[in-house]
Write a protein that binds this ligand. Structure first.
Ligand code: NAP
Length: 322
């Protein structure tokens, strides 16, 4: 019998054709939670992104074997529950690493050099004489970058920092990253030391119970007054209310943010009124090339897992041992 796949995100035409060559594909509007829940009940697999898939949504989905997320992060899923249900979860590491690291570096450079603020100032017709100290930024090259979570993306950021900008790289991980230590001179330290020493603190951890709120008022206070916080991980790794306070009262110099506690960022967020904040609409991997590669990768993961041939990109390989 032909397999049934639910797509809860619009897919590029060639990726959709690829899936249709293997299965019947039903496309669901991700905003329609009831339709998604109903479609999952009769599906063998599903592919999509940016939707919280709760255990309740999977009740009665007895044929569901694979969920394929078009992302590397999988905090939208209850992985233990999926494993109990025997549902494989696949994700898309690697294909988005370099473009996300580019976004992180764009945030570092634009926050340090006040690129967004000053570009708006020029467009506002304010450039009437040579600029002076009031418009100066701070250097990036040669400074210390602290990476909280030096994995795939953190490693690509460290490479840019060490080899391109001659920065000193500090990092915290639960395990050492030997490659980053050897190739980029990265030094593993405790979080307290990283916060105290770094000119830029860059978060690249996954969102888990351990990392939720890991940067709060105390951690912001432990940073240098001249430091800039960069977050392109997930919004809830930072206590946003504490960050707003720290930016308002000068506890830290600025922030470059791609992710927020609530997305889209509410239009009345105080962050939007702050000149020392660069706020992006969660564009980490958002290039034409990378988003296409992610969709393709997720589609291949899904078909491979349904055919029981997939060996990588599986978040919960324990399912296969059952
Ligand atoms: P990764 O290779 O798994 O790297 C994550 C790193 O975080 C690892 O080095 C890991 O090291 C460390 N880590 C995990 N838990 C930790 C903890 N409790 N304390 C300290 N370090 C911890 O993942 P990745 O591919 O680089 O992606 C990282 C995250 O970036 C994703 O999960 C996603 O949320 C986010 N992301 C955002 C965007 C965007 O659009 N802004 C795009 C892509 C990814 P240990 O295991 O040794 O601790």
């Amino acid at each position: 019998m032909q397999k049934k796949i639910v797509a809860y995100k619009a897919l590029p035409a060639d990726v959709l054709s690829y899936l249709e060559a293997h299965a019947e594909v039903v496309t669901i509007d991700p905003k329609d939670a009831d339709a998604l829940r109903a479609a999952l009940k009769s599906a063998n697999g599903a592919i999509g992104a940016s939707v919280q898939i709760t255990p309740q949504m999977l009740e009665g989905a007895t044929n569901l074997k694979v969920l394929s997320t078009i992302s590397v992060g999988y905090d939208n899923f209850d992985v233990a529950d999926l494993t109990r249900r025997g549902i494989i979860l696949t994700h898309t590491p690697d294909v988005l690493t370099e473009s996300t690291a580019d976004t992180v570096f764009a945030l570092i450079l634009s926050s340090a050099r006040r690129v967004v603020e000053l570009a708006e100032w020029v467009k506002g017709g304010n450039w009437k004489a040579s600029i002076g100290e009031a418009h100066f930024g701070v250097d990036v090259q040669g400074k210390t970058l602290g990476i909280v979570g030096l994995g795939r993306i953190g490693g690509a950021v460290a490479r840019r920092a060490a080899l391109g900008f001659r920065m000193n790289v500090l990092y915290t991980n639960r395990h050492p990253n030997a490659q980053a230590e050897q190739e980029y001179g990265a030094k593993r330290v405790e979080l307290d030391e990283l916060l105290a020493q770094s000119d830029f603190v860059c978060l690249q951890v996954p969102l888990t119970d351990e990392t939720r709120g890991m940067i709060g008022a105390a951690q912001l206070k432990a940073m240098k007054k001249s430091a800039i916080l960069i977050n392109a991980s997930r919004g809830p790794t930072v206590d946003e209310a504490a960050l707003i306070e720290a930016l308002q009262d000068g506890t830290i110099l600025g922030a470059g943010l791609d992710v927020f506690e609530q997305e889209p960022l509410p239009t009345d967020s105080p962050l939007l009124a702050m000149k020392n904040v660069v706020a992006l609409p969660h564009i980490g991997s958002a290039t034409h090339e990378t988003r296409h590669a992610m969709s393709r990768n997720a589609a291949e993961n899904l078909i491979g897992a349904l055919d029981a041939t997939l060996t990588n990109n599986i978040v919960n390989p324990d399912v296969l041992k059952r």
